[in-house]
Design a protein around this ligand. Structure first.
Ligand SMILES: CCCCCCCC(=O)CC(=O)SCCNC(=O)CCNC(=O)[C@H](O)C(C)(C)COP(=O)(O)OP(=O)(O)OC[C@H]1O[C@@H](n2cnc3c(N)ncnc32)[C@H](O)[C@@H]1OP(=O)(O)O
Ligand SMILES: NC(=O)C1=CN([C@@H]2O[C@H](COP(=O)(O)OP(=O)(O)OC[C@H]3O[C@@H](n4cnc5c(N)ncnc54)[C@H](O)[C@@H]3O)[C@@H](O)[C@H]2O)C=CC1
Length: 725
């Protein structure tokens, strides 16, 4: 758990807990033993702390926070023990020094880091704060503004930046351990007082009060209901306003508040869920453990519209050479301009700028209208209009032109992968790679396997997600896949609530207060109402193909709301036309304002259809929208479309703006309690028997009947045969 060795007068303590030397109780005990041993040995003149496998430490063992033998109190005293040592202690930082790992380094008198090391206090991202005196030491070392930024955002910073901030004393390109031992030998006998951070004053700011006031406003705005950033702020503020020991007391109090909050549990669940979905499997037995990815040395993107542009940008950022193809020269030029603009902006954000991206080099990014140029690519991503006939035509062409083994991916948001694959001679190489808009920003990549998709194809798509720094989630093929399928009933309920008496701004407010970045109506206006309209016309739910005499508010015996269709018929497509569920300052404007026209349109609509307007409270808005979405999630799990609730949660957090501190929809359901979710769905379903989305799923009922088991046991209540795939 920690090895103790000697390099002449220097004691070397090496933290060992693979893969990232997380600070478990055993590691902390071994570290303490090592320190005491070094202290007691008169031949030891200095100490060096490092980590096994060229990684310092990723911090406290997160799993330990939910175990009965919690160790959160153990680290702070060890950091103090390090700092109070009469022999100089040097931290040799390789790989990562995060959270408690960095706090250990802050206790050391000197810090030396490898040039590629990363440092940070990411506790805020798992709902906590640096509770081992880190909120008190860091501002004393690097000043209040930089410390506040690191602690409230949790960002990782590279060693070069750490050096500029004064977080480390030195960076090295070669052997960090040898350099640290050299430094330890050099500083033997030098006074340690000035190196003890707890004794240092915080560097004063001329306008401390004003700085803190403004910083708090910024932190609160970014937190959107998440508790940890604000409590991190309070702890750092204590460092600025109180002596060290009092600041530490305050830090501990605030840490306990966070530790026992539901938010920390939710965020830690989300951390492990994101890692769990990497271990994908399918009902047919394909799995991450046996499937190997193919290399992707060159790729292609077809269609440079909204999605294609972002996908190209993502691939260029991942350093994958590619061909970008459009249907004609006019679209190509438009697409090329848009891509170049995005890439210029990305390059400006990057450390080494445009050279690093190299997008002006035609050998790395080629624009064309010639399909034959795709003959040597390893992977194609199709992002043309959402139209089955067009997609089939393109896939047919691809299976003839591309080299054998090339992966053929579609970015469809809902269409049947098997039908697309049927147009090719290689359905095993066809797979859905569903990016989210804007594709170069959103982290989610929903990966959809069809009936014939090979395990290699899935592994390759997962590898691509990793290369693009995205979270890949493997799911089965059904209309809308996981994310959009769960979104349909949610949006449907939102529209039904308008019919019954609510307003877009009231519904959005409730869901934004819950923590969504955008409520359903603001989101629809942003995405464009015409997208869903086109899809409903294709499905024969509206438009010319709707049989004459179909009741306005019913389709196949189920409740239907024509409200979105009516808006589209008026040319109200959302932001792009300056009007949708809201009005905007101009076409393409972004500031949504409630629209009196829409309010009177709604009352006229209710009169026409003899709907009695009623007051709808916040609880009903929240429950009908969220519980119908969750209910669909249970149906998805029961059908074997996703292999666990974590998949649904990771999809919602990373693709749909679900507030991470609520752990995703299925985790949220587990915190509400499944019996309550079921009872509410039953109640709403009785009032609205013609809405299938409110009818409780059989799987939800089964789990309630089984006594509301914890989320990690849910899948064990499904029989294998339930998979439809
Ligand atoms: C009252 C006083 C109280 C005092 C107590 C205060 C204590 C604190 O101040 C609190 C803390 O330290 S909390 C921990 C802070 N550290 C973090 O949040 C870093 C978490 N790790 C990462 O970000 C990535 O793993 C990282 C970026 C490092 C690497 O990413 P990769 O993608 O390369 O690797 P992963 O797949 O994420 O990791 C490999 C396996 O290691 C597991 N793991 C990582 N960090 C862990 C950690 N800190 N604790 C436990 N397990 C951890 C990770 O889950 C994965 O394992 P599997 O899930 O089995 O695959
Ligand atoms: N817009 C969105 O938010 C999302 C869209 N999607 C899906 O991504 C796909 C593309 O959607 P958008 O980018 O929004 O569409 P878009 O309409 O913005 O762009 C489609 C592009 O495909 C090009 N194209 C059409 N036929 C072509 C052909 N034969 N050869 C080459 N290029 C051709 C068009 O010229 C156009 O530039 C659709 O399947 C859509 O469902 C998926 C996730 C989100």
């Amino acid at each position: 758990m920690a090895q103790y060795a000697r390099s002449s007068a220097v004691a070397v303590i090496r933290l060992c807990n693979p893969p990232l030397n997380a600070l478990s109780l055993a590691v902390l005990q071994a570290l303490e033993d090592g320190l005491k041993k070094a202290d007691a040995d008169p031949s030891v003149k200095a100490v060096m702390i490092c980590g096994e496998n060229r990684k310092f430490s990723a911090g406290a063992d997160i799993r330990g926070f939910s175990s009965p033998k919690r160790h959160e109190g153990a680290l702070g005293p060890i950091v103090s023990l390090i700092e109070s040592s009469e022999k100089p202690v040097v931290a040799a930082i390789e790989g990562v020094a995060l959270g408690g790992g960095l706090e250990v380094a802050l206790g050391c008198h000197y810090r030396i880091a490898h040039v590629k090391a990363q440092m940070g206090l990411p506790e805020v991202t798992i709902g906590l704060l640096p509770g081992a005196e880190g909120t008190q030491r860091l501002p004393r070392l690097i000043g209040l503004p930089a410390a506040l930024d690191m602690i409230t955002t949790g960002k990782h910073i590279p060693a070069t930046e750490a050096l500029k901030l004064g977080l480390v004393d030195e960076i090295v390109e070669e052997n960090t351990i040898e350099a640290a031992i050299r430094l330890a030998n050099k500083v033997i006998g030098q006074p340690l007082g000035p190196r003890r951070l707890s004794l240092k004053p915080i560097p004063r700011l001329p306008n401390m009060e004003a700085f803190l006031r403004e910083a708090l406003v910024k932190v609160k705005k970014q937190a959107r209901g998440c508790l940890a950033p604000e409590l991190c702020f309070q702890a750092v503020r204590a460092a600025a306003e109180r002596p060290f020991a009092e600041g530490v007391r305050r830090e501990r109090e605030l840490f306990q508040v966070l530790l026992t909050s539901g938010q920390a549990r939710a965020l830690q669940y989300a951390f492990f869920a994101e890692r769990a979905v990497r271990r994908w499997d399918t009902p047919s037995g394909a799995s991450w453990s046996s499937a190997a990815p193919q290399p992707v040395r060159k790729a292609a993107v077809i269609g440079l519209g909204t999605m294609g542009r972002g996908i190209v940008t993502s691939l260029v950022k991942a350093n994958i050479p590619l061909v970008a193809l459009e249907q004609d020269l006019e679209y190509l030029n438009k697409g090329r301009k848009a891509v170049m603009l995005l890439l210029e902006r990305e390059a400006m954000k990057m450390e080494r700028g445009a050279q690093a991206l190299d997008f002006h080099n035609p050998a790395r990014l080629q624009f064309t209208v010639d399909f034959d140029l795709l003959h040597d690519v390893d992977l194609v991503i199709e992002a043309v209009f959402e139209n089955m006939a067009l997609k089939k035509e393109i896939f047919h062409k691809l299976s003839k032109i591309c080299k054998p083994g090339a992966l053929l991916c579609t970015n469809t948001s809902a269409l049947n992968i098997d039908e697309i694959a049927s147009a090719t001679s290689c359905p095993q190489q066809v797979i859905g790679t569903h990016f989210f808009s804007p594709a170069h920003v959103m982290r989610l990549l929903e990966i959809i396997y069809g009936r014939h998709t090979s395990p290699t194809a899935i592994a390759t798509a997962m590898q691509l997600a990793k290369a693009l720094k995205k979270v890949g989630v493997v799911v089965g093929n059904c209309f809308g896949f996981v994310g959009n399928r769960m979104m349909f009933p949610y949006v449907q309920q939102a529209v039904f609530l308008l019919e019954e008496g609510s307003r877009p701004e009231a519904v959005d407010q409730v869901l934004e207060d819950f923590g969504f970045k955008l409520g359903p109506f603001r989101m629809s206006d942003l995405a464009g109402l015409d997208v869903g309209w086109r899809s409903r016309k294709d499905q024969g739910l509206t438009g010319p193909s709707l049989p004459a005499g179909t009741p306005a508010r019913q389709r196949q015996g189920q409740r239907y709301s024509p409200l979105p269709d009516l808006l589209c018929e008026q040319g109200r497509f959302g932001q792009k036309t300056g009007k949708g569920w809201y009005q905007y300052e101009r076409a393409g404007g972004r500031t949504a304002t409630p629209d009196p026209w829409l309010h009177s349109f709604l009352s006229h609509y209710r009169d026409t259809h003899h709907i009695k307007t009623r007051f709808i409270d916040q609880e009903e808005i929240l429950e009908r929208c969220l519980f119908s979405l969750i209910n669909e999630g249970f149906a998805i799990l029961a059908e074997g479309i996703a292999s666990g609730p974590e998949h649904l949660d990771v999809i919602y957090i990373n693709g749909y703006g679900w507030p991470k501190h609520r752990g995703g929809p299925m985790f949220y359901a587990s915190t509400v309690g499944l019996p309550r979710v079921l009872a509410k769905l039953q109640k709403y379903s009785e009032v609205h028997p013609d809405v299938p989305g409110l009818r409780p799923s059989a799987f939800l009922k089964k789990l309630v009947a089984a006594g509301n088991p914890p989320i990690k046991e849910w899948m064990s209540y499904l029989s294998q045969q339930s998979s439809k795939l």
